[in-house]
Design a protein around this ligand. Structure first.
Ligand code: ATP
Ligand code: MG
Length: 382
């Protein structure tokens, strides 16, 4: 019978909280396999999936591999703890050529051969069966693992497939993500979800200055991100009035700084409404004028919640590499405008002074603009 073995990572380390982490992990695995039929049990510090359609094995492995907290996954044969059965399975799964090593683990001391004897005997069988194989105990290309368990059954499997690691979503608090249509914020989302954060998104759009396609693009990104965050809701906030007011009443070079302060105020209000303890952005130090330390200081000044910027020390190249890996890149580069790009000043201040920013924005009725924006939030579950 085919089974899938799932090993988990860092959550091993969480002494008293272990149950909490394990529950979250198992719930998340179940959630991502919601459309499949299978049985899942916990067994000596790992999970075992069985009773699935064999034709779905690869897709289950691929899905589980991408659940945060999963260290590695193996597709294994489960056979009776009987030498001939183990041998048959080892011959069937063995590599076709190259170097290998048999690794045995014998939890069932009733099994007549000890680990060393079993490994060398099965190794001998494999060599005899296939002249293109040779043994390398130090740097083998392939492993043949044999795990003789206490319940009279044995797992036989080759190399394990790496999981994405991280922490199970739901164990790292809740945050709101400022999601634009760009490359960076989806990656920031992935990074925080990987550390176990539950995330919901906020998107500012400026219809009719920005198109409906721009909004659709963000919803498409949110859908892709849901694969990692497991749940995803986007609060779409209309930014048109605020941008128009800033454009009309404030000096052009402060446009972006003031705009970002509004985004932060609104994000904080929504975060508190949803019980979220952090605001996440895709900023990276020095990437653009609004991401200098001074700009970050003036944006931060209106927030009381921690603002998490997981990409702060990343180069654009590094961010793009992750975006490609997590499948958001192709959508992010679609050419629809973001609300940040309209009314873009020719010479934005790169080092805004907080006292000056406060003075130039004081001509606006900030509270009223924020309230008005909050009254018209469109909540979209993707
Ligand atoms: P990104 O690639 O994420 O758009 P960027 O390099 O274009 O980032 P900015 O446009 O300065 O940088 O935006 C910085 C951060 O502000 C974004 O990463 C995102 O978190 C947030 N942000 C920008 N525009 C919006 C928007 N329209 N709605 C929600 N958040 C936004
Ligand atoms: Mg952007």
């Amino acid at each position: 019978m085919k089974v899938i073995l799932i090993r988990y990572s860092e959550i091993h380390l969480k002494g008293n909280n272990r149950g909490f982490f394990e529950n979250a992990l198992i719930n998340n695995i179940r959630h991502s396999l919601a459309d499949k039929k299978y049985k899942l049990v916990k067994q000596s510090g790992r999970y075992v999936i069985s009773e699935f359609e064999e034709s779905e094995a690869d897709s289950i492995v691929e899905t589980v591999r991408n659940v945060f907290g999963v260290y590695s996954v193996s597709l294994a044969d489960e056979v009776k703890s009987d030498y001939e059965e183990i041998k048959k399975s080892a011959l069937a799964i063995a590599p076709e050529s190259g170097t290998f090593k048999v690794v045995c683990n014998r939890a069932d001391k009733r099994f007549p051969l000890n680990s060393m004897q079993l490994a060398s005997s099965i190794g001998g069988d494999l060599l005899e069966n296939n002249g293109k194989l040779s043994v390398d105990l130090h740097k083998p290309q392939h492993l043949v693992n044999i795990d003789v368990r206490e319940n009279g059954k044995t797992f036989v499997f080759t190399n394990s497939i790496k999981g994405v690691n991280g922490m199970p979503v739901g164990t790292g608090g809740k945050g709101v993500l400022l999601l634009s249509g760009g490359i960076d914020s989806p990656v920031a989302c992935y990074m925080m979800a990987k550390r176990g954060m539950s995330i919901r998104a906020i998107h500012f759009h400026s219809y009719p200055f920005t198109s409906l396609q721009a909004k659709e693009k963000v919803l498409t990104l949110a859908k892709i991100l849901k694969k990692y965050t497991l749940h995803m809701t986007v609060d779409v906030v209309s930014f048109t009035e605020i941008q128009t007011a800033i454009h009309e009443k404030c000096p052009e070079e402060f446009m972006i700084t003031i705009m970002r302060r509004f985004m932060m105020r609104i994000a904080e209000r929504l975060a508190k409404k949803y019980g979220c303890g952090a605001i996440i952005t895709g900023e990276s130090l020095g990437q653009v004028a609004s991401q200098t330390l001074e700009s970050i200081t003036s944006t931060n000044a209106v927030a009381t919640l921690p603002v998490l910027r997981p990409l702060i020390g990343f180069d654009k190249d590094e961010i793009i590499e992750i975006a490609k890996r997590i499948d958001t890149f192709e959508t992010s580069i679609l050419p629809y405008e973001d609300c940040c790009t309209i009314f873009l000043p020719k010479n934005p201040v790169t080092k805004p002074r907080l006292d000056v920013v406060k003075r130039v924005e004081s001509v606006l009725d900030i509270d009223a603009l924020v309230e008005q924006a909050l009254e018209n939030v469109e909540i979209i579950a993707v």
